[in-house]
Design a protein around this ligand. Structure first.
Ligand code: ATP
Ligand code: MG
Length: 505
């Protein structure tokens, strides 16, 4: 049987063709039938450009409904969709084009000249463009191309996408995701979060990342639901649109920004059934404050580019603040000793490893890296540190690469950050390890003050004194206006470590 992910969506296009699948804040609407018709014409364009099953289609375009249609066309043709962060510069794009060797590179209309250069340099045969106003060369070609109907026959293992990781800990890696990976995860999530055709999602995430593309769009297409596409996070706009919606998916920044609006209250969220958070840790205080203000317990889940979603707090049952919930059906999660790989009992902190139909096929053209990140029994070593509590809830305590080893002792940044964040006058903090002449690494805190009576370094150090073992106490505290974050709300600790590299030298 054909395992193409496209077929998982297909019934919804047939069942209710007049239904609106996608709309925008400006009031543009696209029915299921319209999306299908354009996607099929785009498939015809891909065919004419020689995109064959297995060929990569690299895409760096601004978020638009047409970009989703291009994604669908690519799946239909058996191509490998390869979206790129819109923030990447020409130099970075050159690396990705060289690495991925796509058949086709789709850029923004205004980037055509530069893209042509890059493509020639990297030996990419076709360059086309796609804009946010249904413009660009691809749409011009689509307008005069016949709909292409056949759906490429693929195995579950065939690649559907290569998605580059966020580059939080180092250079981005291309994760190879199969039709089977994506199809199974979106089915599991649709069920776990009880999505139906009645749902309407507020979509303000980028669509070059697993959260906005696979979690959000694939669920909507699997459930036959609908969504409003917004170019970026605007808390006031989200609140305005909530009466038309049922679900919001966001990164933690969405929720901290919503809480800053005095308009966020029970009445504003009356029609909403679910708020989901992921991609970075949601502070427990944000969870609690949101619940007090709105009556909704934000549902936090945990995933990665490489694995899709792994765990989720329950739809029914306790959504536990500061945890990422229970393994999703079909996914096994275990905690192991970082060094030996031996499985640890519940309650002990170690490496999070997982296995399941959601786990990727490996890193694109990095066979050694791929081998190094998998155990012999098929478990993927995530690089995240965590602990499973007595009720089975997974707590992510940080990344292995952010673990601070000071004087030979392991310091988990989150434990220190949580205590600092509770101090009066502190908004948030990041704890990092930087080179230290005696200790190897010195525990170092970077703090954002709340404004008003701002604590100083000595006060923070004094406050932590009796509360943390000496080796966990920061040696220095630095103050900043904001923590460096990427668009997915991830704190860029690598950047902080560079900034404070000389703190003890
Ligand atoms: P790179 O792998 O290139 O360093 P990255 O890991 O940030 O970048 P992504 O795949 O976008 O790239 O992010 C996955 C990571 O995000 C997870 O490994 C985990 O560290 C973090 N993450 C995702 N959801 C949560 C969550 N709910 N709580 C804590 N961390 C989370
Ligand atoms: Mg990662």
């Amino acid at each position: 049987m054909n395992q193409n992910l496209y077929l998982q969506f297909f019934d919804n296009f047939q069942r209710n063709p007049g239904k609106i699948l996608l709309d925008t804040a400006e009031g543009k609407q696209y029915s299921y039938a319209e999306v299908l018709a354009t996607a099929r014409r785009l498939a015809g364009v891909l065919k004419s450009l020689g995109v064959a099953p297995g060929d990569r289609v690299a895409v760096q375009v601004d978020k638009s409904p047409e970009a989703v249609m291009l994604y669908l066309a690519c799946l239909q043709m058996g191509g490998v969709y390869l979206p790129l962060n819109t923030a990447y510069t020409g130099e970075e794009i050159a690396y990705f084009l060289g690495d991925a060797e796509p058949r086709l590179y789709v850029c923004r209309p205004q980037a055509m000249a530069e893209a042509g250069e890059l493509a020639r340099h990297s030996g990419v045969p076709c360059v086309e463009s796609l804009g946010t106003a249904a413009d660009g060369s691809l749409m011009t070609m689509a307008a005069r191309t016949q709909a292409y109907l056949p759906v490429a026959e693929v195995e579950a293992d065939a690649l559907a996408a290569i998605l580059y990781t966020s580059g939080t800990t180092g250079r981005s890696k291309g994760a190879m995701l199969s039709h089977g990976n994506l199809a199974s995860n979106s089915r599991v999530l649709t069920e776990a979060w009880q999505f139906s055709a009645e749902d309407h999602l507020l979509h303000a995430l980028p669509i070059f990342h697993t959260h906005g593309l696979f979690v959000a769009c694939n669920i909507i297409l699997t459930a036959g639901a609908s969504m409003t596409f917004l170019p970026r996070l605007d808390a006031e706009q989200l609140i305005e649109l909530m009466p038309r919606a049922t679900v919001l998916m966001g990164v933690p920044t969405f929720y901290t920004r919503l809480l800053q609006s005095p308009r966020l209250n029970r009445e504003a969220v009356a029609g909403m059934r679910l708020f989901i958070s992921g991609s970075a840790p949601l502070p427990a205080e944000t969870h609690d404050e949101f619940r007090t203000r709105t009556g909704h317990a934000i549902l936090e889940r945990y995933g990665m580019t490489e694995t899709n979603m792994n765990s989720s707090n329950p739809y029914h049952g306790e959504r536990r603040a500061g945890t990422v919930g229970l393994p999703l059906p079909g996914t096994e999660i275990r905690i192991t000793d970082r060094a030996s790989g031996a499985e640890l009992p519940r309650g002990e902190t170690g490496m999070v490893e997982l296995r399941g139909p959601n786990v990727f096929r490996g890193y694109w053209r990095m066979p050694e890296k791929t081998r190094a990140e998998f155990r012999d029994d098929g478990f993927f070593i995530t690089g995240d540190l965590g602990v499973i509590d007595q009720d089975g809830y997974l707590h992510i305590v940080g990344r292995d690469k952010d673990l601070v080893i000071s004087g030979g002792y392991n310091v988990y940044p989150k434990e220190v950050e949580q205590l600092i964040d509770e101090l009066p006058g502190v908004l948030e903090s990041a704890v990092i390890g930087v080179p230290h002449p005696d200790l190897g690494e010195g525990v170092t805190a970077v703090v954002v003050a709340m404004g008003g009576a701002v604590p100083d370094e000595a006060q923070i150090l004094a406050a932590l004194h009796g509360r943390l073992a000496r080796y966990k106490q920061p040696k220095r505290v630095f103050f900043v206006d904001t923590l460096p974050r990427n668009v997915m709300g991830k704190v860029q600790k690598k950047q902080l470590r560079e900034t404070y590299a000389q703190a003890y030298s």
